[in-house]
Design a protein around this ligand. Structure first.
Ligand SMILES: [Mn+2]
Length: 264
């Protein structure tokens, strides 16, 4: 199914990157996410989902709304005028299983390249040795986190992050590793997720962006690329237009306002 863009102009964005959706998690901002995905598929030439689309592979935790997000991704994955790239994250499980389920190929990393820029995109867990060297400890941490989330969803997410930086992936290490990796691949821009902390910095001439997560209260972060202009933005946009209503709903709206009735 093709989604028509409002107006006839080209999409405003060349590429949009989001990460750490954690579908299936009780704290995923799924209502906002659904609205954002519809908008992004209408207003960008490319959407990159940079890892941790799922919280885990227990699909019983996916609600109707979570499936609606997957459906948007699926129905936009084979459009000729749009590219959807999915990069694996440490929560996503085996790439071959997930790519079957969603009908999209999964990459370890992807370089967005235009006449103006080279942007390295990867999840970032590769540079976090708490996750890579201590998988059992990390699994136990996730298990505990899941229990606490059920008791006090949003407060728990914030509390855990403030109490233990160690549990919450190592931000500076991810940033350093990502910057080095970008440099060795000839990219002046790099973006990761994984740390769940949105960030934008310049390290030794390399621009680093972290697209945070969609498990915190709104506004939720994404990376927008327009020509040579790259910046972290947040949804809802201050100027966001709500998605166009479906055709049948639009036809029921009168073309011109009803004429004022005469008093009497
Ligand atoms: Mn994550």
């Amino acid at each position: 199914m093709l989604i028509d863009r409002p107006g006839d102009g080209p999409p405003e964005y060349d590429c949009i990157v989001i990460s750490d959706l954690h579908l299936g998690s009780a704290v995923c901002q799924v209502k906002l996410l659904e609205e954002f995905l519809v908008w992004a598929c209408q207003n960008s030439r490319m959407l990159v989902i940079n890892g941790d689309i799922f919280d885990d592979l227990n699909f019983k935790r996916l609600s109707r709304r979570h499936f609606a997000c997957l459906k948007i991704i699926r129905r936009n994955s084979d459009r000729p005028d749009f590219r959807l790239i999915w990069i694996r994250g440490n929560h996503d499980g085996p790439a071959d299983i997930v790519s079957h389920l969603v009908g999209v190929d999964i990459h370890d990393e992807f370089i967005y390249e235009s006449a103006q820029i080279r942007l390295m995109i990867l999840h970032g867990d590769q540079f976090d040795n708490v996750v890579t060297k201590h998988p059992l400890l990390t699994a136990f941490g996730s298990f505990l986190f899941g229990i606490i989330q059920k008791i006090a969803p949003h407060n728990a997410a914030r509390w855990i992050r403030s109490v233990s930086k160690r549990w919450q992936r190592n931000g500076p290490k991810v940033e350093r590793g990502a910057v080095e990796h970008a440099r060795s691949n000839g990219c002046e821009f790099v973006t990761c997720g994984h740390t769940h902390q949105a960030k934008s910095s310049v390290v030794d001439g390399i621009h680093y962006f972290n697209t945070g997560t969609w498990t915190e209260k709104s506004p939720c972060p994404f990376l927008g690329v327009r020509g040579h202009h790259i910046e972290l933005e947040f949804w809802p946009l201050p100027t966001a237009q709500p998605p166009a209503p479906p055709a049948d709903a639009a036809s029921s709206i009168p073309a011109s306002p009803p004429s004022p009735s005469t008093p009497g």
